[in-house]
Design a protein around this ligand. Structure first.
Ligand SMILES: O=C[C@H](O)COP(=O)(O)O
Length: 248
C-alpha cells in the first residue's frame, strides 16, 4: 500500500458511548474514513466497534494480543483469533507501556507477533528507547535488540512503530533529524536481518499532533504515525489524517 498509515491508540480511555461517538464522527468524515486509518480501542469495546465499522473503510486495531494462541485456560487473555473474529485488522504488540508496566519482553512478544499473523492480523511492533538509553548513546542497540524478534517471526505482513519513550505523552517530540536517523536505521536493519514483510512500514509515535503531523509525516522513511492523546479528539485526529492524505 502506498501512502501513510495512521493509527489512533486510545489507550485506557473512553466508555462504550464515547467510543462509539468517536467512531461515528470518524466514519462521517471522508478524511478519516479511509482504509489507511485505524483506531486501537480498549479490548472491551472492540466487538461493538467492529460491528459499527462493518463494511466501512476505517480499520479497527487491538492494543494488545495474547501470547497464547489456542483456546483454553488462560484467564483474562484475548486471543488473536478472537480479535480477528470481531473485525480487527491490526494489533499493537510490545507498546512501551506494556513493556514498562507488564514486563513484556521478546519471548512473549515473538509469540504475539506470530499469533497475530497466523490469525490474519497485521501486528504493529512498537520499539523505542527511554531517555536514559538515549542519553547514554545506546539507543540504536536498544532498538535493534527489540527488533531482534523480527529475525525469527514467521513470514508475513507486519508494521513497526518507533516511539521514543521520552516523547510519549510528554509533549516532547523527537527532532526530524532524530526521527529520520532511527527510521532509516530500522529499515536498514530489517532489510539485513528481518524476515521479509509484505511491505515494511515504520510509523512514528510520540506527541504527534495536528501542528507537527505534516512535517513528521514528510520525514524520510516515515510511513505513518501512531497517535495517542490527539486521537481521542475527532477534530485533532482529523487534521493528522488530513496531513497524511495530502501525502498519498
Ligand atoms: O501509542 C501511541 C503513543 O504512545 C504516543 O502517545 P502520545 O501521542 O499521547 O504521545
Amino acid at each position: 500500500m502506498a501512502g501513510k498509515l495512521i493509527i489512533g491508540n486510545w489507550k485506557m480511555n473512553t466508555r462504550a458511548q464515547s467510543a462509539q461517538s468517536l467512531v461515528a464522527a470518524l466514519l462521517a468524515d471522508p478524511v478519516c474514513n479511509q482504509p489507511w486509518v485505524g483506531v486501537a480501542a480498549p479490548a472491551v469495546y472492540l466487538a461493538a466497534l467492529g460491528a459499527q465499522l462493518a463494511g466501512q473503510a476505517l480499520q479497527l486495531s487491538a492494543q494488545d494480543v495474547s501470547s497464547f494462541s489456542a483456546d483454553g485456560a488462560f484467564t483474562g487473555e484475548v486471543s488473536a483469533a478472537m480479535l480477528r473474529d470481531v473485525g480487527c485488522r491490526y494489533a499493537l504488540v510490545g507498546h512501551s507501556e506494556r513493556r514498562q508496566y507488564f514486563g513484556e519482553a521478546n519471548p512473549a512478544l515473538l509469540s504475539k507477533m506470530n499469533n497475530a499473523m497466523a490469525a490474519g492480523l497485521v501486528p504493529v511492533l512498537c520499539v523505542g528507547e527511554t531517555l536514559a538509553e538515549r542519553e547514554s548513546g545506546q539507543y540504536l542497540e536498544v532498538i535493534f535488540s527489540q527488533l531482534a524478534i523480527l529475525a525469527e517471526v514467521s513470514a508475513g505482513e507486519y508494521v513497526i512503530a518507533y516511539e521514543p519513550v521520552w516523547a510519549i505523552g510528554t509533549g516532547k517530540v523527537a527532532s526530524l533529524e532524530q526521527i529520520a536517523e532511527i527510521h532509516t536505521a530500522i529499515k536498514t536493519w530489517c532489510l539485513q536481518n528481518a524476515k521479509p514483510s509484505a511491505n515494511i512500514r515504520v510509523l512514528y509515535g510520540g506527541s504527534v499532533k495536528a501542528e507537527n503531523a505534516e512535517s513528521i509525516l514528510k520525514t524520510e522513511n516515515v510511513d505513518g504515525a501512531l497517535v495517542g492523546g490527539a486521537s481521542l479528539d475527532a477534530g485533532s485526529f482529523r487534521m493528522i489524517c488530513q496531513a497524511a492524505g495530502k501525502l498519498i
